[in-house]
Design a protein around this ligand. Structure first.
Ligand SMILES: *Cc1c(COP(=O)(O)O)cnc(C)c1O
Length: 379
């Protein structure tokens, strides 16, 4: 089945009791048993819920995986992955990474004895420099946040396979419409479902998708044993959101392309980070690895003046200033004070994330209105 058909149909069956075409919101904590232990596959909603099951199956289908496991947020999904490890285990992660991922690794799991190395994976040799017998996982985010670097998924997963290391790809920025890391050898795909999958800025959720049955069992065990599960209403909203993922992503990509070219031509704009631009260092790799370049653009103003950057962010009207991305509406984020504030300034600067960087999540409005808004704000 091809992508659009899967986005609309996968995982969803007419409701067995009424024939309802939409999976109902099973707003229930428990399920009545006929006799002790004799039930219809559902006992308690932390463990299983039919609305969640439908969504998990749909997400697995979109990522060409066998198992989907949903969590209360993207970070709860990341937390579940990190719980697979034990003190002394080492993990290598992308250095230009979502701030909350860095924070959970450094502030929650490092004190428990996990060891993290953050490296620039746009050069695969950097991984080989820190890999050791103790390395248990490589965590990849691509395109990276917020500098949109592209990491070669196949190159990383082939190193992992040689050495028996688990590979995880945070696929939030691309969405399953643009890339499917399991097909490129990854063991786990992680999503902040909050973003493109949900698509309407109304839900916080995370997901992991895997092929391996044992790994799925371990992650479902953690989902139940630690309890960070999404509620049925949120699962319903995401089931509804993903039905339009393909057409939303098409428009996000089209609009972002136009906006990136316009920014690159603007006399007051300095560097523009968008993998769809031929000037972007990861452009060729993105062309090979992805089916489109996505909806996120970061840029700097010439002169790197902090007040001017703030003025642009305050002046935007169609773009709302706020954290998050991937919704139908355009958003503008200041990574240094918002999404990446949990990364120390020195660390941010080491990876090239300046305090003047502006990140746009280009929505699916009319692109002429987006350009007009940027034009009046940049001046
Ligand atoms: C938002 C985000 C996360 C965290 O997900 P939440 O749903 O906010 O917990 C992780 N990775 C990336 C790339 C993100 O954009």
């Amino acid at each position: 089945m091809k992508f659009a058909t899967k986005a609309i149909h996968a995982g969803v069956e007419p409701d067995p009791t009424t024939g309802a075409i939409m999976t109902p919101i099973y707003q229930t904590s428990t399920y009545v048993q006929e006799s002790p232990g004799k039930h219809k596959g559902y006992e308690y909603s932390r463990t299983h819920n039919p609305t969640r099951t439908a969504l998990q199956n749909a997400l697995a289908a979109l990522e060409n995986g066998k198992h989907g496991i949903c969590y209360a947020s993207g970070l709860a999904a990341t937390d579940a992955v990190l719980k697979l490890f034990r003190p002394g285990d080492e993990i290598i992660a992308t250095n230009d990474i979502y701030g909350g991922t860095y924070r959970i690794m450094k502030k929650i799991y490092e004190p428990f004895g996990l060891v993290f190395h953050f490296v620039d994976m746009s050069d695969i040799k950097e991984i080989e420099k820190v890999i050791s017998e103790k390395t248990k996982m490589i965590w990849v985010e691509t395109p990276t946040n917020p500098l949109l670097k592209i990491i070669d998924i196949e190159a990383v997963t082939s190193v992992c396979k040689q050495k028996g290391i688990l590979s995880v790809v945070d696929n939030t920025f691309a969405s399953p419409y643009l890339q499917n890391p399991l097909d490129q050898g990854a063991d786990i795909v992680m999503h902040s479902v909050t973003k493109y999958l949900g698509g309407h800025s109304d839900t916080v959720m995370g997901a992991l998708i895997v092929n391996d049955d044992d790994l799925a069992k371990q992650l479902a065990f953690i989902q139940n044993a630690s309890g960070a599960v999404p509620g049925p209403q949120d699962c319903f909203l995401v089931l509804r959101g993903i039905k339009t993922l393909h057409i939303r992503m098409q428009r996000h990509c089209e609009n972002a392309k136009v906006v990136s070219l316009w920014l690159e031509d603007h006399p007051k704009v300095g560097k523009v980070y968008y993998p769809g631009l031929p000037s972007h260092e990861g452009h060729l790799l993105a062309t090979r690895q992805m089916r489109g370049y996505g909806g996120i653009i970061s840029f700097e103003l010439k002169g790197d003046n902090y007040e001017e950057a703030v003025h642009v962010m305050e002046s935007l009207e169609v773009f709302s200033l706020g954290e998050s991305l991937g919704g139908v509406e355009s958003l503008c984020t200041h990574p240094a004070s918002m999404t990446h504030a949990s990364i120390p300034k020195e660390e941010r600067e080491k990876v090239g994330l300046k305090d003047t960087l502006i990140r746009l999540s280009v929505g699916i409005e009319d692109v002429e209105d987006l350009i007009e808004d940027l034009a009046q704000a940049i001046g």
